[in-house]
Design a protein around this ligand. Structure first.
Ligand code: EPU
Length: 442
């Protein structure tokens, strides 16, 4: 079993280039099913979540081929199956997005229970209700979801009372070729959704973002008869940007993150500034640095959907807060169980305790609220982190442990790094080029 060995306590310095966004790439691979023509995606991150997605669409008959490094050509002309095998469905959350495109191709679709990181119960009710609203008949038996439609799905209004990123994407992918107009009311605003919209627009879809009369974020989609091929460069991964920015901050380093898009990172940049970390934005990206001896400030943060402070960022940000002076809090409102990393950081010398915040439950995006749920963390700092043998709980928790190990004194061994490989392309190579002492060992 592979693991990372990290010798921490050294500043990371230099330049790094971001890979394409995982959470855009996996949706775009699905979008290729909506046309018989070629879809070429550039800057595809070669990570295991993308590999699983490719395996899934290939199993359906889609031709998928890297024509250059990170350039993936997809062609769904010979698609022959409407069923995603159980072992493949269970490896990826993207399978749920295949229902709409498979309904378009075959009038029926079948997938099984989904995989993905264990960060809460992650139900699919919002997806299922939305697809039903568009006219799909959805069944569920023994872990299998089936979908059927007679003819094309029918455009209509879909209302999300609570925001959902992939739910929004699911309706987009299901309605671009539906009959008539679809409105997604309460649509999520994430940049990866806009990138998917951009690809689909190049393919001939008619999609616009508007704010409706009641001030709700809305996406309007005018169904078209047919989509064509397109070439599209995927936006840089903002979660990777945050990881490298924090790597600079927690190691007293100085990293220029080429191709980072400041507009996707506004809430994050505001928080590192508040913490006392320096950054500057230039045409080519963002530079982040933190001088040795300069104190870090504690702060309170709450996660929320875009344009707020993203849930995926709170985990790595916790390492910075462990090093800050005073007591900080992190309030997680998007997922019900995203603090698994805290135990491991505490073993390294952090002082993190979880608690139930006294707020109205309606602020949470998740549906499995419990009166005693531990949805916030209190972090007392500064702590001297020490290297340990660590185990990764989920993808972003993995990045968190890597950052903690880079900041800590001594050696760490991090196990479960296949979870990190799901979302980070050549992480150890990029960190090494910045001066990190990190090795992948078997
Ligand atoms: N939810 C439901 N029912 C649904 C859908 C969602 O209760 O039908 C709940 C979820 O359990 C969660 C909340 O609503 O508590 C928000 O979930 P959302 O649907 O917005 O998340 P997602 O689309 O499944 C994507 C990213 C996540 C990222 C979130 C939030 C992908 C593949 N995943 O998940 O990324 O954290 O949006 O921005 O795009 C990651 O990259 O490691 C990752 C987990």
């Amino acid at each position: 079993m592979s693991y990372f060995q990290i010798d921490g306590g050294y500043p990371l310095k230099g330049k790094v280039k971001l890979s394409g966004a995982k959470n855009a790439a996996i949706k775009m691979i699905v979008a290729s099913l909506l046309t018989d023509e070629e879809v070429v995606l550039e800057d595809v991150p070669e990570i295991s979540d993308v590999e699983v997605d490719i395996e899934i669409v290939r199993s359906l008959g889609v031709e998928a081929l890297y024509i250059r490094p990170n350039v993936l050509k997809l062609c769904a002309k010979k698609i022959h199956s409407y069923e995603v095998f159980k072992e493949l469905s269970s490896k990826s959350r993207a399978s749920i997005l295949l229902l709409g495109p498979l309904l378009y191709r075959f009038g029926k679709a079948k997938i099984y229970e989904l995989g993905g990181c264990k960060i809460g119960s992650r139900p699919l009710d919002r997806h299922i209700e939305a697809l039903k609203t568009l006219g799909a008949k959805i069944g569920y038996l023994d872990g299998a979801y089936t979908a059927e439609s007679t003819g094309r799905l029918k455009g209509t209004s879909v209302v999300f009372e609570k925001v959902t990123v992939m739910g929004t994407e699911n309706v987009i992918l299901s309605s671009v070729l539906a009959e008539g107009k679809t409105k997604i009311i309460g649509a999520a605003l994430e940049p990866e959704i806009d990138d998917l919209i951009l690809l689909l627009t190049k393919m001939g879809a008619k999609i616009t973002r508007v704010t409706d009369g009641a001030g709700r974020n809305t996406i309007e989609i005018e169904g078209v008869e047919k989509l064509s091929g397109a070439t599209h460069r995927i936006i840089p991964d903002r979660n990777e940007a945050v990881t490298f920015a924090l790597a600079a901050a927690v190691t007293h380093g100085d990293i220029a993150i080429e191709n980072a898009r400041p507009k996707d990172l506004t809430a994050f940049l505001a928080k590192i500034h508040q913490a006392g970390v320096d950054y500057e934005v230039s045409e080519s990206g963002i530079r982040v640095w933190h001088e040795a001896g300069k104190k870090l400030n504690s702060l309170d943060l709450m996660t929320s959907p875009h344009p707020g402070f993203m849930t995926d960022w709170q985990q790595p940000f916790s390492v910075l807060l462990c090093l800050a002076n005073g007591t900080s809090t992190i309030h997680e409102t998007v997922y019900s169980n995203r603090f698994e990393y805290a135990k491991e950081l505490n073993r390294m010398g952090a002082k993190i305790s979880l608690f139930h915040p006294a707020v109205v439950p309606s602020i949470y995006s998740f549906s499995d609220y419990a009166d005693d749920g531990l949805y916030a963390a209190r972090i007392s700092g500064p702590s001297d982190l020490r290297g340990k043998r660590l185990t990764v709980a989920d993808l972003r928790a993995g990045a968190t442990l890597v950052l903690a190990a880079l900041a800590a004194k001594g050696k760490s061994e991090i196990f479960g790094i296949e979870l990190i490989d799901r979302g980070y392309e050549r992480l150890e190579e990029k960190l090494k080029a910045l001066g990190a002492f990190i090795e992948r060992r078997n």
